[in-house]
Design a protein around this ligand. Structure first.
Ligand SMILES: C[S@@+](CC[C@H](N)C(=O)[O-])C[C@H]1O[C@@H](n2cnc3c(N)ncnc32)[C@H](O)[C@@H]1O
Length: 152
């Protein structure tokens, strides 16, 4: 039986400003449960889940077969800070990361390259949401760009 979504993940998905036609990037998708929930809610949506763990990606593929077959989800094993060719995956309207160390302050050395890659992947005006375990925060990609510019 495929795992059901937790109350916490459901709450986060409910909070994200998702709509038809979006391309969504999930960083640190784990077992793909949030991606599967998003794909199920819309007729026309695409969610790319990335995770550095091969096991997580294998589980995501297993948990999201219907969404993948429908062309609504895809998964790729890569650490976001090493995703140098992220533009090959197209451009995204919204990115989110839930409890991912590179983005929630636990691995500050990975944060800058990770944010740089996310900024490259987002359309101008694209949104980035990061969950740090207590609340979902929207990070302004323009602020990211400024940070990158000053810290490069
Ligand atoms: C605590 S789990 C959270 C999984 C899922 N987001 C959730 O909340 O249920 C963190 C996930 O992020 C992945 N991860 C951690 N650092 C990463 C990075 N730098 N790039 C991509 N994935 C990463 C881990 O392999 C793991 O699957």
């Amino acid at each position: 039986m495929k795992p059901t979504i937790s109350k916490r993940l459901l709450q986060i998905v409910n909070t994200l400003p998702l709509h038809e036609g979006m391309r969504v990037l999930e960083i640190g998708c784990g077992t793909g449960i949030a991606a599967r929930e998003i794909a199920a809610r819309f007729t026309n949506i695409y969610v790319l889940g990335v995770d550095r763990s091969a096991k997580a990606i294998r589980q995501s593929v297993k948990n999201c077969t219907a969404a993948i077959t429908a062309g609504k989800a895809g998964f790729r094993q890569v650490a976001i800070e090493n995703f140098g060719n992220i533009e090959e995956e197209g451009t995204f309207n919204l990115a989110f990361a839930i409890r991912v160390g590179a983005l929630d302050g636990r691995h500050p050395e990975a944060a800058l390259p990770a944010l740089k890659n996310i900024a490259k992947a987002l359309y101008p005006g694209g949104k980035l949401f990061i969950d740090e375990g207590d609340q979902l925060k929207e990070i302004d990609p323009n602020e990211i760009a400024k940070t990158l510019f000053t810290k490069k």
